[in-house]
Structures are given as structure tokens and as C-alpha cells.
Design a protein around this ligand. Structure first.
Ligand SMILES: Nc1ncnc2c1ncn2[C@@H]1O[C@H](COP(=O)(O)OP(=O)(O)OP(=O)(O)O)[C@@H](O)[C@H]1O
Ligand SMILES: [Mg+2]
Length: 449
């Protein structure tokens, strides 16, 4: 058993009130540090320097016990020579392992008044003498369950036995060390519990999100696959005229294309999430990419009487050419697909806040992203319901293709992020939508010739 907290408290302290006040002030300071959750080493250092201040000529240290390996490790020792601290670090406890090793092994205070004569110091005498240490009293620091969590040592440069005042001070400060260590361990346990809980919750959420994604993919693929199966049966069982046969084949082609798009988007998304999407970053001229996208979408834009415009100069960004085209293709397709007939898309380059990034906006004058979607617009399968007055039939009559999956913006957002940029909704409402794309700028491309 280590020493108990003395009940007769101040009785052993110095002859004047100043001594008592000094001790109380020091204790209060330490308790304030503990309450502020200051790192343990700092609290222990404060405890030890306080005791050294109150006890002339003493040098103090705290060693922490690794109970599993039965070794003592440096906790704090503000005034002991570094060589001595290093030599003692990792000391195996046991009867005869100096004052601290013995005190921790027996869970009893060990007072060695002269290390030169005490047999328990036989193996450590040389290190102690080299450090100018002659006496060492060590007290086990109580932990929960009454087992020691470390030792509190007081050294003197000459052979020395503790006076009653010194004994009382050592008991008090050892108790303070016990409070500090207990508090630090509680905080550590609470932090570890919180981290484990957060990790568990994240894993649960991830697994839930994965199941949802899988279910959504399955659901999404079922309709076109059913169409493929149905039209294939039709082709096989009936004697169709050429026009009906062509129509059935077109339906099969469109449905198969839809499933392929779905699968390649889902594959890209999962690769992005795993950080495993290969990207070839190089200087890319934005105007070329946008011109290419406008070209690809020109017949769809004509069908819906859309005008496509850009105001781009020689802006060059660092990006993956194919993926950047995919991003613009998504954004411009959205404006055409989700906007009203006769709409307008304008792509502009603007100066971004940071000089080394380029801001490109894609604006339309459509009806805006449905407000209920805005908060989760970049999550997979967030897509708007068919708008009133624009049924799939009406849309088909307008020539629009209603193959909305709800992966385009999630993918575009992930792709831009992977290229070191950002994609945001600048504004969206009845007056239209403005998507903001920022990307790192690159040096201008060499001119032709
Ligand atoms: N420019 C826009 N104007 C109006 N609504 C938009 C616009 N862009 C996106 N939206 C809305 O946001 C939803 C999600 O867009 P997203 O591009 O992710 O999917 P999608 O276009 O429906 O399908 P796809 O996976 O083929 O791109 C759309 O379904 C639409 O409701
Ligand atoms: Mg889209």
C-alpha cells in the first residue's frame, strides 16, 4: 500500500503561515492546470517544480508504469540531467531495481538515504553518482483499484532522510500527481471511446450508403433491361415489317446505351470514391473543350431550339482533357435537358478569387434546380421529378431525351475535386441556373508554329 493522504495536513508544515499559503497556492495552480486539461507532461512538470521550490536542494521526477511490461518510463523530470533520465527510462521493476523500481514492484514507499550503501542501488549507483544524486525516496503513485500507475521520486545531492515536513509535502504532491494522471487517463479513455464511436458510425453510414447505391443501380437498370428483353422477344416471335423492326432495334440500342452509361458512371463514381480513378493532368485549353462539347450537343440543342454561347479566350487549366469534357458535357446537357425549349446556355471565364485558379461559369435561363434537391445535388441519384406540363411524352415530342439518371452532377463534382478544383451551384432559381467551376490555372499553351 502506498502512503495515505495525511489527515493532520498542515501540522507538519513550516513554522509560519507563509509556508502553508505557499503550498496551497502551488496546489491550486496545479489543480487549475488539471481542470483546463493541459497535457499531462506539463501538469507533472508544474507539480515537480513546485515541490522543488518548496523543498530546498531537492530534484524530483515522475516515472509512469507500463503495467503490462512491468517497466517504468519517463513522465517528467524538469531538473534531472538528460543522461540520467535516458538511463532510467524503461527500467524493469523488481525488488532491487533502485528506489523507484522497488517501490513500484512492492507498491510501497522506498526511502534510500544513501545510494552508495543501499544494496537496491547496486546496479544504478554509477549513473546516480555521475548525475550528482546521493539519496532517493520514491513513493508509488496510486491509480484506480489501488494499483500504482507510477512513482514519485525525490533526489538530493547528499545523503538525506526526509524530515516530517518533507514527508508531508511529498505525500501531498504525490497525491496531486495521482489526480493528474487519473484525470489524463480518463480524458484519454473518453477520447478513444468517442473516436471508436465515430469510426463505427462512419462505417455504418458508408455501408448504408453503399446498399442504397446498389439498390438504386439495380432499380435504375431494371427498366431498360426489361425494355431490351421485351423488344428482343418481339423481334423473335413476330413477323414484323421493316419499320417496326427498325424501331424495336432502336429501342434496344437506346436502352442498352442507357445501361452502359449507368454502369460506366457508377464505376467512375466508385473509382473516384476509392481515389483510384486514373487522371492524366496536363495543360488544357478551356475554349477547345467547350467548342468540342457544343459540337457534340449541337443537334440536341437544335432540336430544343437552344442557343449555345461562350466567351472564352486563351484560358488554360491543369486538368484531364477527357474528364474535363465529361464535366462540361454534363453541365451543358443539364441546361438543355432540364430547361425550356428556346433556352440559352452561356459559358464564361471569370477571374477567380485566387490568382492561380480559373473560374468558369455555365449559365442558363431555365427553371432552376428544384429547391428540394439543392442541398444534396451532388449526391448520386438526386434528380428532379418530371415537371408538370412536361410529361415524358411532351418531352419526347420536343425531341428531348429523358434518360435522366441523377449521376451527372455527382460525377462532375467528384471529377472536378479529383482534378484539384471545385464545382458549386452559384445560383439557381426561376431566372436560371449558374454553375461555377474552378480549376487550377496552367501556363498558356504554345501557339501554333
Ligand atoms: N441546369 C439545370 N436546370 C434545372 N435543373 C437542373 C439543372 N441541372 C441539374 N438540374 C436538376 O438536378 C438533377 C440532377 O442533375 P444530374 O446532372 O445529377 O442528373 P440528371 O441530369 O438527372 O441525370 P444524368 O445522370 O444523366 O446527368 C436533375 O435531374 C435536375 O432535376
Ligand atoms: Mg445531368
Amino acid at each position: 500500500m502506498s502512503q495515505a493522504w495525511p489527515v493532520e495536513t498542515e501540522a507538519g508544515l513550516g513554522p509560519d503561515d507563509g509556508d502553508v499559503r505557499d503550498v496551497l497556492d502551488r496546489q491550486t495552480e496545479v489543480l487549475e492546470l488539471i481542470a483546463r486539461a493541459v497535457p499531462l507532461r506539463e501538469v507533472l512538470t508544474e507539480i515537480l517544480t513546485s515541490l522543488e521550490h518548496l523543498m530546498d536542494g531537492a530534484r524530483c521526477s515522475v516515472l509512469l508504469l507500463d503495467r503490462e511490461h512491468r517497466t517504468l518510463h519517463h513522465g517528467a523530470a524538469p531538473s534531472l540531467p538528460a543522461d540520467y533520465v535516458a538511463a532510467i527510462d524503461g527500467l524493469a521493476i523488481g525488488d532491487g531495481a533502485g528506489s523507484c523500481g522497488t517501490a513500484a514492484a512492492l507498491n510501497l514507499p522506498v526511502v534510500v538515504t544513501d545510494v552508495m550503501t543501499d544494496p537496491r542501488w547496486a546496479d544504478y549507483r554509477a549513473v546516480a553518482v555521475a548525475a550528482g544524486l546521493r539519496s532517493c525516496w520514491s513513493t508509488p503513485i496510486d491509480g484506480r483499484n489501488g494499483l500504482p500507475v507510477g512513482t514519485f521520486a525525490v533526489y538530493h545531492p547528499r545523503p538525506h532522510a526526509p524530515t516530517p515536513r518533507e514527508q508531508l509535502l511529498v505525500d501531498r504532491f504525490t497525491h496531486l500527481a495521482s489526480v493528474a494522471i487519473g484525470h489524463a487517463r480518463l480524458l484519454e479513455e473518453r477520447r478513444a471511446r468517442l473516436e471508436a464511436e465515430t469510426a463505427r458510425r462512419t462505417a455504418e453510414e458508408l455501408s448504408h450508403a453503399k446498399s442504397e447505391l446498389l439498390a438504386a443501380v439495380g432499380h435504375e437498370a431494371r427498366t431498360p433491361i426489361q425494355a431490351i428483353v421485351g423488344f428482343a422477344e418481339l423481334l423473335g416471335t413476330m413477323d414484323l415489317d421493316e419499320a417496326r423492326r427498325r424501331e424495336a432495334l432502336d429501342h434496344i440500342g437506346a436502352a442498352a446505351g442507357h445501361v452502359m452509361d449507368l454502369l460506366s458512371d457508377v464505376l467512375d463514381l466508385s473509382r473516384l470514391e476509392a481515389g483510384a480513378l486514373p487522371l492524366a493532368l496536363e495543360p488544357v485549353g478551356v475554349r477547345d473543350v467547350v467548342d468540342g462539347v457544343f459540337g457534340l450537343l449541337s443537334s440536341r440543342a437544335d432540336q430544343r431550339e437552344f442557343s449555345l454561347e461562350h466567351h472564352l479566350g486563351d484560358e488554360v487549366v491543369l486538368a484531364d482533357h477527357r474528364r474535363l469534357r465529361q464535366v462540361f458535357l454534363n453541365l451543358v446537357t443539364n441546361a438543355i435537358r432540364h430547361g425550356d425549349v428556346g433556352g440559352r446556355v452561356v459559358v464564361r471565364a471569370c477571374s477567380a478569387e485566387a490568382p492561380d485558379t480559373l473560374l468558369v461559369t455555365v449559365d442558363d435561363n431555365g427553371p432552376g434546380i428544384p429547391p428540394e434537391l439543392l442541398a444534396r445535388i451532388f449526391t448520386p441519384f438526386a434528380r428532379g421529378a418530371a415537371r408538370p406540363g412536361r410529361t415524358p411524352t411532351a418531352a419526347a415530342d420536343e425531341g428531348a431525351q429523358e434518360e435522366s439518371i441523377g449521376l451527372g452532377l455527382a460525377l462532375a463534382h467528384g471529377l472536378v475535386g479529383a482534378m484539384g478544383g471545385d464545382l458549386e451551384v452559384g445560383r439557381s432559381g426561376p431566372a436560371g441556373t449558374s454553375m461555377r467551376l474552378t480549376l487550377p490555372r496552367a501556363d498558356p499553351l504554345p501557339g501554333p508554329g
